[in-house]
Design a protein around this ligand. Sequence first.
Ligand code: 13P
Length: 252
Amino acid sequence: MRRKLAAGNWKMNGLAPAMNEADALQAAHRNTDIDILLCPPATLLHRLSGRLAGSPIATGGQDCHPAESGAHTGDISAAMLVDAGATHVILGHSERREDHGESSEDVRAKARIAIEAGLTAVICVGESETQRDAANTLDIIAGQLAGSIPDIANASNLVIAYEPIWAIGTGKVPTLDQIGEVHDFIRARLERRFGEGVGLSTRILYGGSVKPDNATDIFEVSNVDGALVGGASLKAVDFSLIIKALEAAGKH
Ligand code: 13P
């Protein structure tokens, strides 16, 4: 069975006081039976990893460079993320694909080196509103999956996050049918490429305006194994409610 995963992406948010949110989260979920992941800005990663050591909350980076090391001012290598205590890294987020012109090929190269460094790659895919309106969603997702996932991926070093770009930070959420359609499609593509074993055990997260008040419904959708949460992961009270909704999913 797939273990559920609640992941928080703090994006470019968080100064030293944000550590208090992590403390509160840790206190509230000492005995959780799901996986919890926080991806803070790089400046907080080492501190946060130390603070959360021994707790069920893992930490991750938000990007890494495809090279092992070298003359790349301002970039962070996969080994540096590991050195700072990370076990995961988000790759190919739409904000990086847009703001930094990252192609799926770039994402694949980053994912390969991240996995080789021992990290789990959380690879993001998702369509724009224009692409959805033109009924191109599944084609876009298929292309991003084929292009972004390296051949060395398997169920323990890969997580897919479906994040429709138009739902990120907007308060707009796809219908449950729309989420289910894309998640089922991603599952089928993973099975086709990697075989049933890997395909059925790789986790697929939904991301895009997940909040305490819509999480329960989203977590009942088929092939939704958790969430990648932006804004609502910044406050422990909100993220904690989402984590509780995921803990409860499928149990009634
Ligand atoms: P929001 O939850 O703020 O919509 O962000 C989603 C996201 O981009 C997570 O990576």
